[in-house]
Write a protein that binds this ligand. Sequence first.
Ligand code: ARG
Length: 246
Amino acid sequence: AGSLVATANVNAASAIDGILSSDELKVCFEAGYIPFEMKTKDGRFIGFDIDIGKHMARTMDVKFVPVNTAWDGIIPALQTEKCDIIMGGMTITAQRNLKVMFANPYITIGQTVVIKPELEGKITSYKDLNDPKYTITSQLGTTGAEAAKKYLSKAKLDLFETSADGVLQVANGKADAFVYDLPFNALYSSQHQDTVVHLDESFTYEPLGWAIRQDDPNFLNFLNNYLTQIKNDGTYDRIYSKWFES
Ligand code: ARG
């Protein structure tokens, strides 16, 4: 251990320096999280997070560069500088906050369950699924997986690399319920009314925030003030209605 003076990080580089010198804002997300980030058939990325990311890049007068990343490797991707920021509907959790800095929440959601139609009426709350006879699915490394372990510890849990694979087990009747973020579940079930049923009672509190590398107060300050601005000048509402009210 050195002296206080020797260890003080007086001139830490901000991600802002790299963004401005490269003229690129590199954004990590994991496509497949409707309606926040999706990949179109012709390979473009669209969604709520993507539109905000593009607007943010425009505000900084740099190019928006999408970095589609497996969810369970997304924090390492940020840490190894594959991107400057995670804009992927990431829940601000205490555990993650020990590794990354989060800007203020841009939206708050909660976990819900999607069940197979045969269970409609029998399962009226997520709590009814806490039984060894049920198989639950979720996505690896998500707060959905954590919520299933915590609140449905008696059920069998199968985790999948993508949310699409997890929810498909329920749609196929191979699993009983899928635990995931409410916006995804609401949209998926409205698009697959014949194969799944949504119980829209949310049972966790989950503020979602943009994540950046540690020790970067300059970028954090930029992000929080940028968020306040777009929340109050109509930009956020315009993008929100485009993806959540159609
Ligand atoms: N909010 C959840 C979490 O933080 C799920 C986010 C999934 N996001 C995604 N882009 N696939 O764990």
